[in-house]
Write a protein that binds this ligand. Structure first.
Ligand code: MG
Ligand code: MG
Length: 252
């Protein structure tokens, strides 16, 4: 069931997303060579709790941490560990928070020190594809128009869209209907309506689209070992079009 949210509920979803956005803003300055993934996770959890919220991922389906941190060929769902970041890596940080019964969910991919032009382009194109998808989230369009816009943009650079994982509705649950794939033909399936809240989250591989789940049961990695990037915003569909609820200060 796809829920339609009132302006009051959208304000509550926005409040949770603003905590997520400020967590990601805060983390950016700590993403440096030598920092451990566990340190980043602790910083995030402390900040989220200081805002009267709780980390939405911790304990979700048994996930052990507050952030999903995915490095280079890890696509999503990486578990923070003691390993440290190294210059030249790219790191996807996915963050969720629940406040007053409403959820926020957003992700960004960051460079660690200097990264190759190829990785810079992968991040820039993936981020741009998120905004191409968001542009389609207007009342009367179809949910598949979002994925079609994402896929068309990234495939024009020779990149590929992960099929196994998709965006989603969000509100009083972290994951709600509808599913929001990042690929597909336009004008299919559900019509978008004012009051729907969606987490749109392209996961884009520099190489081929195939992924697998590592032996830890969580981390999704590219089969060919090429890097992957992930950007995510939670949006509300309003009468005049999409409004991003998870915009930070550092990233418009
Ligand atoms: Mg997320
Ligand atoms: Mg999500």
């Amino acid at each position: 069931m796809v829920r339609i949210r009132s302006p009051r509920e959208i304000a509550l979803i926005e409040a949770a997303n603003q905590i997520v956005a400020r967590t990601l803003d805060m983390l950016e300055e700590h993403i440096q060579p030598g920092v451990s993934l566990l340190e980043l996770d602790r910083l995030a959890e402390d900040f989220i709790r200081s805002q009267g919220a709780r980390p939405a991922f911790k304990g979700y389906m048994g996930f052990p941490a507050s952030l999903c941190i995915s490095v280079d060929d890890e696509v999503v769902h990486g578990i923070p560990s003691k390993r440290t970041l190294e210059a030249g890596q790219i790191v996807g940080v996915d963050c969720g928070a629940e406040k007053d019964g409403y959820f926020g969910d957003s992700a960004r991919t960051f460079p660690v020190g200097e990264v190759s032009p190829e990785k810079q382009q992968l991040m820039a194109v993936t981020r741009a594809s998120l905004y191409k998808g968001i542009e389609q989230a207007v009342p009367g369009n179809f949910v598949s128009d979002i994925g079609h816009a994402v896929q068309s943009h990234v495939e024009s650079y020779g990149y590929s869209v992960v099929r196994e994982l998709v965006g989603h509705g969000i509100g009083t649950e972290l994951h709600e209907d509808p599913q929001v794939p990042n690929y597909g033909a336009p004008k299919q399936g559900l019509r978008l309506k004012e009051g729907m809240c969606l987490a749109i989250e392209p996961m884009i591989n520099a190489g081929r689209k195939e992924v697998y789940t590592a032996s830890d049961g969580w981390t999704v990695r590219t089969r060919d070992g090429y890097p992957s990037a992930h950007f995510e915003h939670t949006i509300a569909i309003e009468k005049t079009g999409p409004r991003i609820l998870s915009n930070g200060v550092a990233h418009g």
